[in-house]
Ligand binder design. Structure first.
Ligand SMILES: *Cc1c(COP(=O)(O)O)cnc(C)c1O
Length: 463
């Protein structure tokens, strides 16, 4: 299996190189040269085994020769053994024709664990084989940092350093980053904003000498391996509701378009999906793009579903690449226009191609909150604000001939304030984490200065 860049001007890579590289050198995102397909029978048989069995069948064609079969099965087993639910991604019916896919049973209580846990194990296997050691550095406004720490904690060939803005993340988020006791985990509280952290991260990657010295690496949301890991639960949930002999629809709360793009890959692999519905909060660039054909950025409005507060949806580029007939030059031009003018018009042909399989909706803050309230009243379920955005849009797109699966992307206890405001109930952490508020914290406070941060990273990884 080879991977090519969406901007058509970078060498094709195998899976291992694609995973370690992340962003293509021409600024594009890697996609598989051809999407593998599963037969009707292969899909039908997925419901006979465990989540891990399905994960192996769905992902094996993408990793190709990078892992031996047994090795890849062990990687998958290690990735998901820390989940708090044996089904890993259980489905729960909450209304006639409407199901919630619970993706929050991983170690940091959000769906990003599905990809990060797998990436941690895959990185470790490849690095040990090549005798390499790397330093993963990330900047976080909350969720991604803890998912990365949980994925890499205790792995012998990796140090993980996460920069977060001091005093500007929630207590749960901070504690998830500062309480792991493994020596390879380093939480750095920067005296600055999230934008400062991101700027320092960019500058570190631009500093070639430093990059080489510490073996700098990133695992951001555009990494192909993250999309691949998320394809699996589209299959397991659809099959549980009668696929491949019944078509199902999905509604996905979306920010960077990574999660829902995994649904598009599942569809192209042969899964009988009727509709993929994009759900956004008030930061509605994707909903506007779908309705009007204009992809135009605005200013980010902070919301109660903060993991979707973004204005540039990086993985959308992968969908555009397909919609433009895999013309990398056309995509490069659009991205150039986006940088220069803050937006672009999607061609009529590409817009129609996208509208064939996707629908969309945007939800206000008040609607999000009242959906949390109504879901508790009608179905006895507490849902997080991101999941509520998905549920609200799902209800507008339900159609009695197909089951609708709404993705629940985080545990309600991860966003306790919004849930308490809507319901009067403060959702408790799952038992296995109930002591989070009593564990001791370990963090290094660093001034808002690149050289100071680099100094701390050098010193930490040397130990
Ligand atoms: C990251 C995140 C999202 C958005 O996912 P994308 O892949 O960026 O579309 C939605 N909900 C939660 C809880 C998240 O952490």
């Amino acid at each position: 299996m080879r991977y090519v860049s969406t901007r058509g001007n970078a060498p094709a890579l195998n899976f291992e190189e694609t995973m370690l590289t992340g962003l293509a050198p021409d600024g594009g995102l890697y996609v598989p040269e051809t999407v593998p397909t599963l037969t009707h029978d292969e899909i039908a048989r997925l419901h006979l085994g465990s989540y891990e069995d399905a994960a192996f069948t769905v992902m094996q064609p993408f990793v190709g020769e990078t892992f031996e079969e047994d090795e890849f099965r062990e990687i998958i087993a290690a990735a998901y053994e820390g989940f708090g639910h044996v089904a890993r991604a259980p489905l729960k019916q909450i209304d006639d024709g409407l199901w919630l896919l619970e993706l929050f049973h991983g170690p940091t209580l959000a769906f990003k664990d599905f990809a990060m846990q797998l990436i941690g194990q895959m990185f470790q296997t490849v690095l040990a084989r090549n005798g390499r050691r790397i330093t993963i550095v990330g900047a976080t406004s909350g969720d991604t940092g803890s998912a990365a720490i949980e994925a890499f904690r205790g792995l012998p060939n990796v140090d993980v350093c996460i920069l977060y803005p001091h005093g500007r993340v929630s207590e749960v988020q901070r504690r998830q980053m500062t309480t792991p006791s493994e020596a390879n985990v380093h939480a750095l509280a920067i005296d600055g904003t999230f934008d400062d952290c991101q700027r320092h991260l960019k500058d570190m990657f631009a500093d070639e000498a430093f990059r080489g010295e510490v073996g700098l690496a990133a695992v951001n949301s555009i990494n192909w391996a993250r999309v691949m890991a998320q394809v699996v639960y589209y299959f397991t949930s659809a099959v549980a509701l009668g696929a491949p002999d019944r078509r199902v629809s999905f509604c996905v709360p979306t920010g960077n378009f990574g999660d829902i793009y995994a649904g598009e890959i599942a569809r192209r692999m042969g899964l009988s999906i009727d509709r993929l519905v994009i759900a956004t909060n008030q930061n509605d660039i994707l909903d506007r793009a779908l309705r009007t054909g204009e992809y135009r950025t605005g200013t980010v409005e902070p919301s109660i579903s903060p993991s979707m507060d973004i204005q540039v949806s990086s993985n959308f580029e992968r969908l555009l690449f397909d919609a433009y007939g895999r013309d990398g030059n056309a995509v490069a031009q659009l991205m150039q226009e986006l940088r220069a003018e803050g937006g672009f018009a999607i061609s009529q042909g590409a817009h129609e191609a996208i509208a064939e399989n996707f629908a969309s909706g945007a939800v206000s803050e008040a609607e999000t909150s009242s959906r949390i309230t109504a879901t508790l009243e009608e179905s006895q379920e507490l849902v997080c604000p991101h999941s509520a955005v998905g549920l609200e849009v799902a209800r507008d797109h339900q159609d009695i001939s197909h089951p609708m699966i709404a993705l629940a992307t985080a545990h309600p206890a991860k966003f306790p304030d919004a849930v308490e405001t809507a319901t009067g109930i403060r959702p408790p952490l799952p038992n296995r984490m109930a002591d989070l508020y009593h564990r001791s914290e370990r963090v290094t406070r660093v001034e808002n200065d690149l050289a100071a941060i680099q100094g701390v990273i050098r010193e930490k990884r040397a130990k």
